[in-house]
Design a protein around this ligand. Structure first.
Ligand code: DQA
Length: 139
């Protein structure tokens, strides 16, 4: 099974960025633990701070991956283009967030991803990604 993980803006700074909200682990370290826990999964990882690059990546993997785990970060709340890209591809997308966005500012309660996603997992810290992997494996 091929699973692509796509992370949006500022998630390259996980580990140092607002650790009280996002934790103290880098995503690269977390990804290593995922690879160890799921040797049967072929993980592909992409991160960008640029909206168009995230759309290009969805187009690139969206006709061949078995599943996509997308944390669009701040673009979740603003990007019609990312929402449309999910509609345009074949592969199912699970939207994830590290924090519980509904427990935070009002502007984080809107998502252009959710209506087009297979499902939404949020608020479990980095374990949100693992739960998304489990969901694809048990689908
Ligand atoms: C986030 C939540 C977003 O509101 C925020 O802009 C992020 C991270 C999360 O994973 O909790 O950058 O997507």
């Amino acid at each position: 099974m091929k699973i692509s993980i796509i992370n949006g803006p500022n998630l390259n700074l996980l580990g140092t960025r607002e650790p009280d909200i996002y934790g103290a682990k880098t995503f690269i370290d977390y990804l290593e633990s995922l690879k160890e826990a799921y040797p049967q999964v072929e993980f592909d990882y992409f991160q960008s701070n640029i909206e168009g690059e995230l759309i290009d990546e969805l187009h690139r993997v969206g006709f061949s991956a078995d599943g996509i785990i997308l944390n669009a970060a701040a673009y979740t709340h603003t990007s019609v283009g990312l929402g449309d890209a999910i509609k345009a591809i074949d592969t199912s997308v699970i939207e994830v967030h590290i924090s519980n966005t509904f427990a935070r500012e009002d502007f984080r309660h809107t998502s252009y991803i959710t209506p087009n996603a297979k499902g939404l997992i949020l608020g479990f810290g980095l374990a949100s990604y693992r739960l998304a992997v489990e969901s694809f494996l048990n689908a």
